[in-house]
Design a protein around this ligand. Structure first.
Ligand SMILES: NC(=O)c1ccc[n+]([C@@H]2O[C@H](COP(=O)([O-])OP(=O)(O)OC[C@H]3O[C@@H](n4cnc5c(N)ncnc54)[C@H](O)[C@@H]3O)[C@@H](O)[C@H]2O)c1
Ligand SMILES: O=C(O)[C@H](O)[C@H](O)COP(=O)(O)O
Length: 373
């Protein structure tokens, strides 16, 4: 079989060599002619997978995206051609949660907030939102959850409608898919009409998809008001050609890397590998645990005095979002958005650090840290 994969997908060779020859392509520029011989196509979020891209590959049997988001995939087209499809649900959910926590701690330092006195609105409570809510509750932070689809399906889900959440939240973090039509559309959920409904000082974090916030409307607002709301943007409309005029007005600006932990990206590849093993009746020979590099920091001793205020320092050992903001501001003009993503420095998840100690507070595993065996 011929496997064609995005060059930014880690560990494709060790995982997929058992299926045949692996060829790599640039996910942003790949064209139909390059994929003519593909049996398996593996993409990330930057490749639009549709009739135009696939009209020339008659033997294609499977398309996989090593991402959570699927807005770049024309699924009805794949179904119509009877091409198997899989995404990687939840693969980088923990990575996004760690990004949001780091952003919250940064904003709390900058504006001298006590996060325990804030109410955080989580919009979209699926794999990422659920983990985030769990982490915020571990940190004693009040949460409002908005997810109308879950509210319809789960009688005990504590749902706050979006309009109420906009009025009440001190910080809003978006974790919805990008949906353009229908009753639950999320495209421009925050726009020129809904922005003024927020508290004037309400902070915004968007690590979902850029178009969930109307970027021009946000810029118009940030330009006009004297007391600007704090804003963290990982995702942007029209990536890679983002609205750079926003940069001076946002507190943290990153290049769609919230999900780019080493584990998050590699899990995406592994999930597609497992799916292909199932689909093509092959044994699962490779395990992620054996392929991941050993982390630079493996174990850490926690003393009996460790308390909630120490969590921020512990987390910073592994990730500090200021690094990624600085990289974007320094290199965006010179090297471009896609270069920032391709050359993203390694970031390990909390789980890579095993904590030792006589008593490990329960909130540490709740945040994603592992306990030493
Ligand atoms: N920045 C990044 O690097 C990064 C990484 C991973 C995922 N993402 C984005 O985050 C999104 C969410 O990821 P996930 O794993 O939590 O997905 P998920 O599918 O598990 O959860 C999404 C949740 O959003 C809810 N939802 C749908 N429409 C809604 C609406 N109008 N209002 C409120 N809630 C709504 C759904 O009911 C669902 O529970 C992905 O679709 C992807 O676009 C970004
Ligand atoms: O949907 C996702 O999983 C994320 O947005 C993903 O991390 C995007 O990264 P990319 O595929 O563009 O490398």
């Amino acid at each position: 079989m011929r496997i064609f994969a995005d060059e930014n997908m880690p560990l494709v060779q060790p995982f997929f060599a058992q299926f045949g020859d692996v060829s790599l392509f640039n996910g942003r520029t790949v064209a139909a002619a390059q994929l003519a011989e593909a049996d398996i196509l593996l993409v990330r979020s930057v490749t639009q997978v549709n009739a135009e891209l696939l009209n020339n590959c008659p033997q294609l049997r499977f398309v996989g995206t090593a991402t959570i988001g699927m807005d770049h995939i024309d699924q009805p087209y794949l179904a119509q051609r009877n091409i198997g499809f899989a995404s990687a649900p939840g693969c980088n959910a923990q990575s996004v949660v760690e990004y949001v926590l780091s952003s919250l701690w940064y904003l709390a330092d900058k504006y001298q907030w006590q996060l325990t006195e804030k109410t955080i609105g989580v919009v979209g409570v699926g794999n990422i939102g659920r983990r985030l809510v769990n982490a915020l509750q571990a940190l004693n932070i009040s949460v409002l959850q908005c997810d109308p689809l879950r509210a319809q399906q789960e009688a005990d889900f504590a749902h706050t409608d979006f309009a109420t959440l906009c009025r009440q939240a001190d910080i809003i973090s978006f974790h919805t898919p990008l949906i353009s039509n229908g009753p639950f559309a999320t495209r421009h959920l925050l726009n020129a009409t809904t922005l003024p409904q927020l508290k004037p000082e309400c902070a915004l974090i968007n690590a979902s998809r850029g178009a969930v916030i109307d970027n021009q409307a946000l810029l118009n607002e940030l330009r006009c008001v004297e007391q600007r709301r704090p804003v963290v943007l990982d995702v942007w409309e029209q990536e890679p050609d983002i609205l750079t005029a926003l940069l001076p007005y946002v507190d943290i600006a990153t290049a769609h890397i919230a999900g780019h932990s080493v584990e998050g990206k590699a899990r995406g590849t592994e999930m597609l590998y497992q799916r292909c093993c199932e689909l093509f009746g092959q044994p699962v020979k490779q395990q992620l645990g054996q392929l991941l590099a050993v982390p630079a920091m493996e174990k850490l001793q926690i003393s009996a005095d460790f308390g909630l205020p120490d969590v921020q320092n512990l987390a910073r050992l592994l990730y500090d979002v200021r690094r990624d903001d600085a990289i974007l501001r320094h290199y965006l003009q010179r090297n471009g958005f896609d270069w920032l993503r391709k050359s993203y420095p390694a970031r390990r998840e909390f789980s890579s650090l095993q904590l030792c100690g006589k008593v490990i507070p329960g909130y540490l595993p709740q945040l994603g840290f592992s306990l030493a065996q």
